[in-house]
Design a protein around this ligand. Structure first.
Ligand code: ATP
Ligand code: MG
Length: 261
């Protein structure tokens, strides 16, 4: 499924803009976010990286409308994001229900949005087919490999049909090879997802491979240490990682993370 430039243009035209402006948040007396500014343009794919405990998941849950800032604004197309439901959000753990089959897990989100059980199942089944997962439809999540679980969880999120997709380390727990496979898969299905996307990751290569822009958060309390446009050619191939341009961008990210000086 190569990226389709015409569809991309449509996505960019209609997908919403996300804004976090001067966002402060403290929990239990601990300052976590310290004036975070983030702008995600229509249809843009932004990756957020930063040290463990920096506040990446916290920022994502604010963008999901699950938490409110102590100060500052979090908006979708200029409207404050309050309460869940306005965006599709995949939390850091995949939350697949072990007692439901794969197809039942995928249809769960749709049922929650008011679709009938039958309608939700049919739609889930079609999606599983389109994403090459149909042979696993009837099995339980515990019978899946880690990579398959991630794919199913991602599909369940994507199927909500929201125009914003927030992904918190969707491939975090996977081995390097499976991770690569799923990154390639995500590059391929990005057009199907037709959304503004924010992905949290620890993996600098993953951020550069997938995103249009990479935002680096500082250590807690988090601020934006760097916002780096990634103008690598699309559709991206894994081979882009061997280019000089990629190495230069990676150098800047590692520097902002304080890993190289
Ligand atoms: N209720 C709380 N009280 C105090 N501190 C909290 C609370 N909840 C979260 N924190 C702290 O907030 C910080 C940010 O947490 P968050 O989960 O957003 O980090 P993260 O960047 O996603 O980390 P990781 O990369 O490990 O997933 C952490 O240092 C965490 O210990
Ligand atoms: Mg996290």
């Amino acid at each position: 499924m190569p990226e389709d430039p015409i569809r991309r243009k449509l996505v960019i035209q209609y997908a919403p803009k996300l804004t976090a402006c001067g966002v402060h948040l403290a929990k239990g007396g601990v300052r976590i976010l310290d004036g975070v500014d983030l702008e995600v343009e229509s249809g843009q794919f932004v990756a957020v990286i930063g040290p463990s405990g920096a506040g990446k998941s916290t920022l994502l849950s604010l963008l999901a409308g699950l938490e409110s800032p102590d100060a500052g604004l979090v908006e979708k197309d200029g409207v404050p994001l309050v309460g869940p439901g306005a965006v599709a959000y995949m939390p850091q753990s995949d939350l697949l229900l072990p007692w439901r089959s794969v197809v039942a897990n995928v249809s769960l989100g749709l049922e929650a949005t008011g679709a009938s059980k039958r309608e939700a199942r049919e739609k889930a089944m079609r999606a599983l087919e389109r994403f090459g997962l149909e042979e696993f439809a009837r099995v339980s999540p515990w019978a899946l490999s880690g990579g398959m679980r991630s794919r199913v969880a991602l599909l369940r999120t994507a199927l909500l049909g929201r125009d914003v997709l927030l992904l918190d380390e969707p491939f975090g727990a996977l081995d390097a090879l499976t991770r690569r496979e799923l990154q390639e898969w995500l590059i391929g299905v990005r057009d199907e997802l037709a959304a503004t996307i924010v992905l949290v990751t620890h993996d600098v290569d993953e951020a550069l491979l997938l995103a249009d822009r990479v935002v680096v958060l500082s250590r807690r309390p988090a601020r934006v240490a760097l916002s780096l446009p990634v103008e690598l050619e699309r559709p991206r191939k894994m081979a882009v990682e061997t280019t000089e341009e990629f190495a230069q961008l990676k150098g800047r990210l590692l520097e902002a993370l304080g890993i190289v000086h």
